[in-house]
Ligand binder design. Structure first.
Ligand code: 4GT
Length: 250
């Protein structure tokens, strides 16, 4: 996948060169180009922002540098392989489903804003607009990195074990079950007995039940969205019985 980032703070993207995404770049599985759109400003002071028409506090990103940078770096004429994404608190909420959709693209571009935001006309030059959640940040750089991380780990060859996300997708829409490694007893806290025995079917059911319990207690909103199969319906009924008699609290 080819990723192009448009930002006036290119130095903020150093984290993408570390860890798995750094490796993926070395392997050529993904490529990153960071474009400082200030270089495209035709203003005598290289300004990228200006005062808002109608008055008010703060500055607004002006269209010229961003649109010229997009035109110079991308094929902006109806390219199905490319999606140009704007980051803003007014976008659609980025979630795992959006990550899976975007991981299918050959090319992605991210336009990161600053100050009070974008001149409205810049929106005509992007394909989609995303927010990473309902809070305000100083710029779109961190949201772009969050999206890039979530998307790239779904690309084959970025994570070593394909199983890491095949399993994720098995529990798609539910929270993860509790995990343990050695030692069997740490400061008096024991690993659940069921995980020691090696009875794979019992372990699978215990984990599924734990996922359902954890999702019910912590994220009931997710559980309401989740399409329960027969086995899961049965486990959830058990959980509700357990809770009623005071068992199974986290
Ligand atoms: C939050 C998010 C975002 C901002 C988010 C333009 C001026 C937007 C600053 C920028 N804040 N961008 N994408 N929650 N702030 O995703």
């Amino acid at each position: 996948m080819e990723i192009t980032i448009f930002s006036i703070f290119p130095e903020m993207f150093a984290p993408l060169n570390a860890s798995l995404l750094g490796k993926a770049q070395e392997k050529g599985v993904i490529s990153l180009e960071i474009v400082d759109f200030r270089h495209y400003s035709l203003d005598k002071h290289r300004a990228v922002d200006d005062y808002p028409f109608g008055g008010g506090a703060g500055m607004v990103l002006t269209p010229q540098p961003i649109v010229d940078a997009l035109r110079d770096k991308l094929n902006t004429t109806a390219d199905d392989d490319l999606e140009i994404i704007m980051l803003s608190p007014q976008g659609q909420v980025f979630d795992q489903q959006a990550a899976r959709r975007l991981a299918q693209k050959k090319k992605l571009a991210f336009v990161c804003g600053h100050y009070e935001g974008f001149d409205e006309r810049i929106r005509s030059f992007v394909d989609s607009e995303y927010t990473i959640g309902d809070y305000v940040l100083t710029g779109g750089e961190l949201p772009a990195m969050v999206m890039i991380d979530a998307i790239c780990r779904l690309i084959p060859g970025v994570i070593k074990e394909q199983a890491s996300f095949e399993e994720d997708s098995f529990y798609q829409g539910l929270l993860e079950y509790p995990q343990y490694t050695r030692p069997r007893i740490f400061e008096g806290m024991e690993v659940p007995e069921i995980l020691i025995g090696g009875h794979h079917e019992k372990i699978r059911l215990w984990r599924k039940k734990q996922s359902l319990l954890r999702t019910l207690l912590r994220r009931p909103d997710l559980l309401h969205q989740y399409p329960l199969n027969q086995e899961e319906e049965k486990l959830l009924a058990e959980i509700k019985m357990d809770l009623a008699v005071g068992e199974n609290h986290e």
